[in-house]
Design a protein around this ligand. Structure first.
Ligand SMILES: Cc1ncc(C[n+]2csc(CCOP(=O)(O)OP(=O)(O)O)c2C)c(N)n1
Ligand SMILES: [Mg+2]
Length: 327
């Protein structure tokens, strides 16, 4: 479970790349070049920490819409993301039919989710059951927001996974809001992890702004799942630093002071401090990473700009397809 120095720096890099890509999506939206963006800014540490605790490509993931950093760790590329944002041909998750950020990736065992929140959780429980029945050495990670833990699907999935000791990790990315609804109007307990005791599984709350704390917590849950000890519910605490989506104005329900205060616990700042104190990161290295990220984001934007839109005739596939074409 000990992370090498190189891996620790790589984890910071993944957070940084995700952040710069996400920021560019906001710019493109405000320029009128893309129609919609839903952001993962502020949630990168939880996503990268969790991804690095998996055997990527072997384990299964049923993610949710904020998981850009998680998906990048699984092999999704900036070009893939820009194709999705632009609705262009070649977009790998659905050929540009889905909304952006409804991730899926066959080679990464990442399963697409639908727009109703928490529906990815029963999928995870089902995959967990299949893994158990086939006696495979695999686990499933599913993620969701704290607001989504009010959903029936979530309770059903967690209950089922707990009863049958399924190898599932439920990671709640508690960013304090469900659009305009604050967490204390969503649940009467202080943490979504407290809900675990009513369903008979372990519940752990972790600082979701510290990539390494999340890594350790998820790695332990993964080890338990592989050892047949069943599921774990993890709540990663963080703050949604942007509005809910490009169509939301968060000034109507929270103060600027509150948002500014939360920026002190920006996952990039937290990660940078830890790595600098360990002597693993310095300004020169960060400058190099920033340059690399900018090049990759610029390249992705150009690539998507030049890509054609999907063929109109393709709109009927796969709804009316006679054969299943595999992408
Ligand atoms: C069943 C359902 N109800 C309402 C919505 C509209 N909706 C989309 S995202 C969202 C907020 C979810 O909040 P949370 O689970 O905390 O995730 P976050 O967006 O904060 O990451 C809502 C209400 C939906 N997609 N599905
Ligand atoms: Mg939320």
């Amino acid at each position: 479970m000990k992370l090498s120095n190189d891996i620790q720096v790589e984890m910071y890099w993944m957070m940084l790349l995700s952040r710069r890509l996400d920021e560019r999506a906001w710019v493109l939206h405000r320029q009128g070049k893309i129609a919609f963006h839903i952001s993962g800014i502020g949630q990168e540490a939880a996503q990268v920490g969790a991804a690095f605790a998996l055997r990527r490509g072997e384990d299964w993931v049923t993610p949710y819409y904020r998981d850009l950093a998680l998906m990048l760790c699984l092999g999704y590329t900036p070009r893939d993301f820009l194709l999705a944002l632009s609705g262009k041909q070649g977009e790998p998750t659905s050929g540009a039919r889905q909304m952006p950020s409804h991730w899926s990736m066959r080679k990464a065992n990442a399963v697409s989710h639908s727009a109703p929140v928490a529906t990815q959780c029963p999928h995870a429980a089902g995959i967990g059951l299949a893994i158990k029945m086939r006696k495979e050495d695999k686990v499933v990670l599913t993620t969701l927001g704290e607001g989504s833990t009010s959903q029936g699907e979530w309770y059903e999935a967690v209950n089922w996974a707990a009863i049958h000791h399924l190898p599932v990790i439920f990671m709640v990315e508690n960013n304090e809001y469900a659009i305009s609804v604050p967490a204390d109007k969503q649940m009467a307990v202080a943490s979504s992890a407290d809900k675990a005791c009513g369903m008979g599984l372990r519940g752990i709350s972790v600082d979701g702004t510290d990539v390494f704390s999340v890594y350790r917590t998820v790695a332990e849950a993964v080890a338990d799942a592989r050892a047949g000890k069943g599921p774990t519910l993890i709540e990663a605490r963080m703050y949604r630093l942007t509005p809910h989506s490009s169509d939301d104005d968060d000034r109507t329900y929270r103060s600027r002071e509150e948002v500014e205060e939360a920026k002190k616990k920006d996952p990039l700042t937290v990660g940078r401090r830890i790595l600098e104190e360990a002597g693993l990161l310095n300004q020169a290295k960060i400058d190099e990473m920033e340059m690399r990220a900018k090049e990759m984001v610029d390249d992705a934007v150009k690539f998507a700009e030049q890509a054609p839109y999907p063929d109109v005739a393709d709109a009927m596939f796969p709804v009316y397809a006679e054969e299943v074409r595999r992408g």
